[in-house]
Design a protein around this ligand. Structure first.
Ligand SMILES: CCCCCCCCCCCCCCCC(=O)SCCNC(=O)CCNC(=O)[C@H](O)C(C)(C)COP(=O)(O)OP(=O)(O)OC[C@H]1O[C@@H](n2cnc3c(N)ncnc32)[C@H](O)[C@@H]1OP(=O)(O)O
Length: 214
């Protein structure tokens, strides 16, 4: 596992973000359009060829593997391929994580047609993905890295597609274990709750995490 150092400051990171984010948003819009389009079937082959042409253009220069979790000179994480928050990943809604008091992490997300499970409702795996990630961010609020060891997700009732609100915080510590809880709510209130044990990996326990591991 390697974290990749990008030798840039955060101004340059924001500049790069402003270039790539509109592309990712456009692809998200494309995904939604493909799900919901009702154009004549005869138009689909032409549209398919146009999309393939764009893909070829992007593939003319690309990296060998995944984007990785990069970080700037200031230590700001750039998990831009991440499926929950990735700036370059159209699969991500995206969730924009906000920091509150006392290690609270929260986010407001709009979940549209691409996240449907039961009719008109959010797929349970999407709820679990977003909660896992947000609980991970809450676990990381103290500056130590940790991985999901165990997560339990309880679906109190269905979650309607549309705007959802998520919150998470670390409740307590026990050695390398962090006990983290969170909720996902739709317009009618909490619909999913999660609790998890995040574990600080051995390499981060042996050496205080002042620098990202290579
Ligand atoms: C530099 C810039 C960075 C930027 C950054 C940006 C992004 C910033 C946010 C990221 C947010 C990501 C949010 C998504 C989070 C994932 O998706 S993480 C990926 C999914 N999880 C994994 O792949 C984990 C895979 N498992 C493992 O790596 C290891 O099993 C673990 C979990 C690290 C534990 O292994 P270990 O360190 O060898 O554990 P070990 O020393 O045996 O046990 C330590 C303690 O933990 C307990 N424990 C061990 N395993 C477990 C378990 N699975 N469950 C519960 N307890 C356990 C043990 O019982 C023990 O407890 P005590 O005996 O002390 O009471």
């Amino acid at each position: 596992m390697t974290f990749v150092f990008e030798d840039i400051d955060d101004v340059e990171m924001e500049r790069r973000r402003s270039v790539v984010e509109p592309l990712t948003d456009a692809v998200r819009d494309l995904v939604d359009a493909v799900i919901r389009t009702e154009v004549a079937e005869g138009e689909i082959p032409d549209v398919t060829a146009a999309v393939r042409a764009v893909t070829e253009r992007l593939r003319s220069r690309q990296s060998d593997g995944p984007y990785g979790v990069r970080y700037t000179r200031a230590g700001t994480g750039m998990p831009w391929g991440n499926p929950a928050v990735g700036v370059r990943n159209a699969v991500a809604p995206p969730m924009r994580v906000q920091a509150g008091d006392d290690g609270l992490r929260w986010a407001d997300v709009r979940l549209g047609a691409a996240y449907e499970g039961p009719p008109g409702l959010v797929h349970g795996g999407i709820c679990a993905l977003l909660l896992d990630h947000l609980l991970g961010e809450a676990a990381g609020a103290d500056g130590t890295p940790s991985f999901t060891g165990t997560i339990s997700v309880r679906y109190l009732r269905e979650t309607r597609l549309g705007p959802v609100h998520l919150e998470a915080r670390t409740d307590r510590y026990d050695g390398p274990k962090k006990f983290v809880t969170g909720t996902l709510s739709d317009a009618d209130g909490p619909s999913v709750v999660a609790d998890a044990v995040f574990v600080i990996p051995r390499w981060a326990r042996a050496t205080p995490p002042q620098e990202a591991p290579q």
